[in-house]
Ligand binder design. Structure first.
Ligand SMILES: [Zn+2]
Length: 344
């Protein structure tokens, strides 16, 4: 194949044309491979033909190829530098802070639905003259059972699925030991509300091994079942609505006598009957009763002088009803998506 300097001049022209199209990294790379590639590059190809050229033309052809090679290498390098400079400028620009953009507010935590309900309940009872009392979550048998009239071998002890510690103490199964501690500590009149965590072995879709209760206690002279009913009605009307119906059903708890379970008209259907209330129109919301005289005696309070009432309810259940949360586990997963949806 004949080769002379005019071929090389054409190559150079072609190369010049192509450089003007190499405006980005990909087209520059194509250009480099086409002209300077080690395998099929044009310059390499021309150099490999040197040996087949007649000796008298070999020198001038070789010089011309070298000039082309130098021109191509120089220009490819210049283009590389230009592209690099442009790329750096672009990345600096994208990293630059645009002060005209609106700020990103820091993620602020929300109050957990259980805490919201506790606050609300405490506030309602504060208005009725109750103050908050708290107690330890690790308890002993006396405060959690015995003083509350759960004698040894009482079947109600079994029902509570207690979590015991190795030293014989236990995780309180209800907030009732706080009532005992309060009565042992103070003289009547007593009006306390005791919110807190309680623990049982249950763990399934409707039970969590840790859950929240709030318990109330009033002890004084002449406190009657009527006071209990009036207090609970006032509380339920504040917590849900004035229209909420309240009904008491006789029940049994070792620490109250008489005892009642308290139902409210279903807040989802206003008592007409729906899936949530199993079409009954009612929902069980709390347990209550007059403090058993034996419990008063255990705490050194004379039942001939004083009477009292006590009540307890599951805070988680109230939070689920209030915020339409279908599964108790959702309450304790701390999933931000749930927490963000719940506002007090
Ligand atoms: Zn209903």
């Amino acid at each position: 194949m004949p080769h002379d300097s005019s071929d090389l001049a054409q190559h150079l022209e072609e190369f010049e044309r192509e450089t003007s199209a190499a405006t980005d990294r990909a087209s520059w790379e194509q250009l480099r491979l086409k002209w300077l590639g080690r395998k099929r590059g044009i310059v390499r190809d021309l150099l490999s033909r040197l040996g087949s050229i007649e000796p008298e033309r070999r020198k001038s052809f070789g010089q011309a190829v070298n000039r082309l090679k130098n021109a191509v290498e120089t220009r490819v390098q210049e283009l590389d530098d230009e592209l690099t400079a442009r790329e750096r400028a672009a990345s600096r620009q994208s990293a630059a802070v645009d002060v005209s953009l609106p700020g990103r507010p820091p993620a602020v935590g929300t109050v957990h639905p259980v805490s919201l309900v506790v606050r609300e309940i405490v506030e309602i009872f504060a208005g009725l003259g109750f103050s908050v009392a708290e107690g330890p979550e690790v308890e002993d048998d006396f405060h959690n059972f015995e003083a509350l009239n759960f004698p040894e071998d009482h079947p109600a002890r079994e029902e509570q699925d207690t979590l015991f510690l190795e030293d014989g103490r236990l995780l309180r199964t209800h907030t009732s030991p706080v009532q005992i501690r309060t009565m042992l500590d103070r003289e009547p009149p007593i009006r306390v509300i005791c919110p807190g965590r309680v623990y049982r072995k249950d763990n399934d879709l409707t039970h969590s091994p840790m859950f929240h209760q709030v318990e109330g206690l009033a002890v004084g002279r002449g406190i009657t079942f009527g006071d209990l009913k009036g207090t609970l009605e006032a509380f339920i009307h504040r917590l849900f609505s004035r229209e909420t119906g309240v009904r008491l059903r006789p029940s049994y708890f070792p620490f109250t006598e008489p005892s009642a379970e308290v139902d409210i008209t279903c807040p989802f259907c206003s008592g007409r009957g729906c899936r949530v209330c199993s079409e009954t129109g009612w929902m069980e919301i709390l347990g209550a009763g007059m403090v058993n005289p034996r419990v008063l005696q255990h705490c050194g309070i004379d039942p001939a002088i004083y009477t009292g009432f006590a009540f307890g309810l599951g805070i988680d259940r109230v939070a689920m009803i209030r915020f339409g949360i279908p599964n108790i586990r959702l309450l304790f997963d701390s999933d931000e998506r749930l927490l963000r949806q719940v506002r007090g």
